[in-house]
Design a protein around this ligand. Structure first.
Ligand SMILES: [Zn+2]
Length: 262
């Protein structure tokens, strides 16, 4: 099953990376093509991971490099899908008692695909498409709704204060930084991206950990870059770090919560 989910993730990773280009170029063409020579890809050029590796990362026709984003997207989403299946708390397979969990699992996978499009887009063009973030937030609202429903179903009232705190600490904090710095510290898209991430975490502590994780990863990547370029002006997109931080915290949430709730 994990291999199956890896393959599905890799195929959707290929799709997501391609969608980032399409949204950016406002491209409505049906067929994937080479960015350099416009060569239309055949079906055998579109096999996730395998095609990239057999072509050595180059276009079949013009031999210009395709770029690493495609391969990394396919492998990355493949791993995320397999990991999600492995870690998801569905007991005894896809049975009806776990219907709510199955729904949550599917919504999470859809949002993983959207987050990958946002990741690639922000890394390439230092911008986040707002419409896509709204779709992601809408999915996250349903995800949260199921969490609330399950919580009451199990006889535990949902912790709305914790959720409110999470919204203040992540989207709220980034919105403040964006307004105070006039978009020089963080971009205008970052706080909107924080909305779906926070709704899926739904917890104050998890939001704090995501904030720290994103900033630690961000510093580890951007400080060497800034030193090399010797300037603070080199704009570094923050969206990818937020997404990576979120994924780490989401998958480790049980461990994190057992640390902070004594
Ligand atoms: Zn080409």
């Amino acid at each position: 099953m994990m291999i199956l989910f890896f393959v599905l993730g890799a195929a959707l990773g290929s799709f997501a990376c391609c969608q980032a280009w399409r949204i950016h170029d406002k491209d409505k063409s049906k067929w994937s093509h080479c960015e350099k020579c416009k060569y239309k890809l055949k079906w055998y050029d579109n096999i996730p991971i395998v095609s990239w590796l057999t072509l050595g990362g180059k276009c079949r026709k013009c031999r210009k490099p395709i770029g690493w984003a495609e391969l990394l997207s396919e492998v990355g989403l493949g791993i995320m899908f397999a990991l999600s299946f492995w870690l998801w708390p569905i007991k005894g397979g896809l049975v009806i008692e776990n219907f709510a969990e199955v729904c949550k699992f599917c919504l999470f996978l859809i949002n993983l695909v959207i987050l990958l499009i946002l990741f690639v887009y922000d890394a390439k063009w230092k911008e986040l498409p707002v419409n896509l973030m709204i779709v992601s937030a809408a999915i996250a609202v349903v995800f949260l709704g199921i969490n609330v429903y399950m919580s009451y179903g199990l006889g535990r009232p949902f912790d709305w204060i914790s959720l409110a705190g999470a919204l203040v600490i992540l989207p709220g904090f980034y919105y403040l930084m964006y307004r105070v710095s006039n978009e020089t510290w963080v971009g205008g898209g970052d706080w909107i991206l924080c909305v779906p991430l926070t709704l899926m975490l739904g917890n104050f502590w998890l939001a704090i950990f995501t904030l720290f994780a994103a900033n630690i990863i961000g510093s580890a990547v951007s400080v060497p870059l800034l030193v090399k370029k010797k300037g603070i002006k080199a704009a570094i997109p923050f969206g990818p770090f937020l997404i990576l931080g979120f994924l780490m915290v989401f998958f480790l949430q049980a461990q994190i919560l057992s640390l902070v709730i004594i």
